[in-house]
Design a protein around this ligand. Sequence first.
Ligand code: KG4
Ligand code: ZN
Length: 352
Amino acid sequence: MRILGIETSCDETAVAVVDGNKRIVAERILSQLDDHHPFGGVVPEVAARAHLKHLDRLIADTMAEAGLGFADLDGVAATAGPGLIGGVIVGVMTAKAIAAVHALPFLAVNHLEGHALSARLSDDLDFPYLLLLVSGGHCQLLVAEGVGRYRRLGTTMDDALGEAFDKVAKMLALGYPGGPAIEAAAKGGDASRFALPRPMRGRAGCHFSFSGLKTAVKHAWAGLAEAERTEQAAADLAASFQAAAGDVLVDRTAHALVEFAKSGPRRPALVAAGGVAANAHLRGRLAELAEARGVRLLVPPQRLCTDNGAMIAWAGIERLRLGLTDGLDFAPRPRWPLDPDAPAVAFAGVKA
Ligand code: KG4
Ligand code: ZN
């Protein structure tokens, strides 16, 4: 089985062909960093236009490298949400066109399910498992019960963790995207210099909140005199922020492991996925937790953590195997929770 996967929900135009043996036959990832750099963040309209400009060529290049024609494929999968809707429409329309012309199954993939299943592409992993999904738009703890079946244990009440990394990096003028910039700066920083809060730590349940931490960073930076705002100070604050984020992730994930064990296996596998899972410090903290609890930790390799086409192709394979194909009338979804039954979190500005 071979599937073409297309990812256009944010600022990466990504394409891959993956086969049923978990082989990434060919792939292309084009980052739009330069397009968005002048604005210090992703501009939806700019992103949509860039996807439109590059997607056809990336698909052609990927297929050529794979040595395949469209007729050799078993299906075409595209991220159909959630995400910046202009870009999602570009990917979905392209996938539908290929599927229609070559009479192939079309698979509308939830971007979050792409992240959720990426560990089953990189490793041998059975359901159920505990999933910590940490990306630019999401911060959730979920039980992955099966393909298309997720039970949310916790979510963020305000910012996603990746969003917090991006905003803190902007405050400290470390550049964009913020996650890798904070991680790099933190390497030379003293994580004990600034006392920052650990929001939600020790609280019941598995929800997250990062806006207070972000504000604390802002105040810490503003509290320094102009002359004190050195590169070293920025590194110290980046390290202090990253350490606080690590403490919160470990605490919330530890709660989720206990919660999961009530109804499932006592030692479920723990998967960390999404762009923030690319962070080596946070991976290390989760590895310590997993070791202490005697659970297996799986974190896909970095290039499978940040947005990519292979995870979308793989989710397509998983869905096609179960006969979960979609009609060409499938409408792209700007919002698309993995667990639609999860109760709303009692807070303003909640993210599903
Ligand atoms: O999964 P992803 O590529 O896109 C979304 O679906 O959101 O995640 C992007 C997010 C950004 O907020 C970025 O700053 C963050 O992941 N990120 C990181 C690192 N690499 C990417 N955050 C912390 N440390 C990193 N090394
Ligand atoms: Zn993503």
